[in-house]
Design a protein around this ligand. Structure first.
Ligand code: PLP
Length: 235
């Protein structure tokens, strides 16, 4: 860790916050309702803590093992920890109880296990459903046409609360194309919310990463998940 990398994190955060505020203003949104998550994969603990010292109050973890190794070192006072990575069913018990939300629920079986482990701890775990908005064979996530069905099934589970949707859209080089995916995610959110299903709040829409966060802002995102834009390219 060098002075230089610490300084660049401070600068990056200032620039990102400025960009968020400007994009929000352009579309008539209040920037205060958009949370900035720092995605910590591969980032050493002192750099994560530097982001926290610079006002980051939400961290995103991708891997259960890496989270367990780094967790004790994080300054988590006033900071929320969310799990955002692909989660194997047998790793659920390592994660439940340590994070306040899991963004990557991509199948009913995973939701069932999260509920089961949460019940054991006497807690309710908040989750988002990951949507495969590009319909890509190689990617995890619930296909858009199945979102409502799976949402209704998750809503039946006892110790889990479905709070919204998350997406990692396909890599796009055209603004109109990425905006199309963000717009579809917003439409899905509005659609499910309108059905007023018990035990589903749809209060969060988690989308927008380092390369595209500006374009997600007009489409209702309220959790931006940023890694490299804050910490620099991953080695
Ligand atoms: C790595 C990761 C991010 C952040 O990616 P960047 O392009 O570095 O901003 C966001 N969401 C998920 C699920 C990730 O795995």
């Amino acid at each position: 860790m060098t002075e230089r990398s610490l300084h660049s994190i401070t600068e990056n955060l200032a620039r990102i916050r400025y960009n968020i505020a400007e994009a929000a203003q352009r579309c008539g949104r209040n920037p205060a309702e958009i949370r900035l998550m720092a995605v910590t994969k591969t980032v050493p603990v002192p750099l994560v803590n530097h982001a926290v010292a610079n006002g980051v109050d939400l961290l995103g973890e991708n891997r259960a093992q890496e989270m367990l190794e780094k967790y004790e070192g994080y300054h988590l006072d006033g900071v929320d920890l969310h799990f955002i990575g692909h989660l194997q069913t047998n790793k659920v018990k390592q994660v439940v109880g340590k994070v306040s939300m899991i963004h990557s629920v991509d199948r009913l079986g995973l939701a069932e296990e999260i509920s089961r482990q949460s019940e054991k701890l006497g807690i309710t775990t908040k989750v988002l459903m990951e949507v495969n908005i590009g319909g890509e064979i190689s990617k995890s996530g619930v296909m858009p046409r199945e979102v409502e069905l799976i949402a209704r099934q998750i809503a039946q589970l006892k110790a889990i609360k479905l709070c919204g949707l998350m997406a990692i859209p396909p890599i796009c080089n055209k603004k109109a194309q990425i905006e199309g995916y963000f717009s579809q995610m917003q439409a899905l959110t509005v659609d499910i919310k309108a059905k007023k299903i018990d035990n589903i709040t749809m209060e969060f829409l988690s989308m927008g990463m380092s390369d595209d966060y500006i374009h997600a802002i007009p489409y209702g995102t309220n959790i931006l998940r940023l890694g490299s834009a804050i910490f620099g390219a991953r080695s």
